[in-house]
Design a protein around this ligand. Sequence first.
Ligand SMILES: [Zn+2]
Ligand SMILES: [Zn+2]
Length: 250
Amino acid sequence: MSGWQRVLRGMLDILYPPPPLCALCERPLRHFLQGRGAVEEPSLLCVACEKQFAFIAGEICHVCGRPWIGESCGDCLRRKERDFLFSRSAVRYNDKMKELLARYKYRGDRKLAEVMAFFLQQAWRLHYAEMKVDCLTYIPLHEARLFERTFNQAEEMACLLGKRVGVPVYGMLERRKATEKQSKKDRAGRLHALENVFSYAPCGKYDLPERPVIVLVDDVYTTGTTVAEAGRAIRTGISGAQIYGLTVAR
Ligand SMILES: [Zn+2]
Ligand SMILES: [Zn+2]
């Protein structure tokens, strides 16, 4: 494009703004979907892309947030103690979601961060919008992993969500040891590997009330051990903290 053509293009774009593009397939978003929950908000995804994700709505386990009829699911009934009040997730961890998270986490496709924050916001609207949440925090990566991946996806998602919902994000945790991929282990192995893995390590002095309400952000809720262990570590530093979980997938 020549200089003049660019100027003309720019003027036309102001007069007739081009439709926004789907964050995944980049086709123009012809019509916006209505957001789930009280406030309507334009979707970042086209109808075809949205359909590939299974949003969690309706009856859920009161503790872990998986689709469930009745009070709490078998896993949650079995758990004796837990250091969080409940956890909620936006979508099911189906093949499409697995693919998307892998693209974001392991292949570093950073533009997906906004899509993740958008998903988180859907769950936020359903479960946290009416609560007085004092801050968000996130599950930390071990230094070695951070070096490999160059960014912590949970921190990035928490920061983007914080901006969307107007809640501050505080770093509070440190990961003592690098854990192997959770999915490769059985349930008992997972529980053991995460024991005492986190320690309370605030990044500064936070202005928090007594018994603050803290929402922990992560990508996937599998057994609930991560949020429980992280919650326990936070509660050693901030006694009486009320910990909740929020993940993209469940
Ligand atoms: Zn699309
Ligand atoms: Zn449950």
